[in-house]
Write a protein that binds this ligand. Structure first.
Ligand SMILES: [Cu+2]
Length: 157
């Protein structure tokens, strides 16, 4: 019985040592890989997000797209800066994924079904130079004569 226990103990030590070895070799090989050929790239994608809800939706999704390492969004220009691993994704794929969220991405138009599900305020097309600012969602930005989200900025409901 004692022998068996020792045997199991020895097996456990052997196993954990082997596991540690495997860990070591995998980390060292991957770090040497990134040192030689960097696959990390950056792309700026023009979207048509209009408000803080759009921004929040992007933030909840884009950083989790496959291969995305870093993500930044400028609400004023609706531009996204995505740092990605070119081995896992590419700008065309990223644009497709943004389209599936319901937004235009450069020349890729928003998926109409996804766009239809967005809050009304987010479906408003931002005019060039317009400030984003429909954070207060009354679903009629375009309903009272003001053109788009820009017109909602000044008055508080
Ligand atoms: Cu929005």
């Amino acid at each position: 019985m004692k022998k068996l226990a020792i045997l199991i103990f020895a097996a456990l030590i052997g196993f954990s040592a082997a596991a540690q070895d495997a860990k070591k070799t995998s980390t060292s090989s991957s770090s040497s890989k990134t040192a030689t050929t960097s696959t990390i790239q950056k792309v700026v994608i023009q979207t048509n997000g209009v408000c803080s809800k759009c921004e929040a939706l992007f933030k909840e999704n884009v950083p989790f797209f496959k291969g995305v390492k870093d993500y930044a969004y400028d609400p004023k220009t609706s531009k996204m800066t995505i740092t990605y691993d070119s081995k896992k994704t590419n700008p065309d794929l990223l644009r497709q994924q943004i389209s599936k969220l319901g937004y235009n991405a450069d020349n890729v138009k928003a998926d109409p079904a996804a766009r239809a599900k967005l809050p009304a305020c987010c479906q408003v097309d931002k005019k060039p130079g317009q400030e984003a600012g429909c954070g207060h969602n009354h679903s009629g930005c375009s309903g009272h004569g003001n053109s788009g989200c820009g017109g909602c900025n000044g008055h508080k409901h």
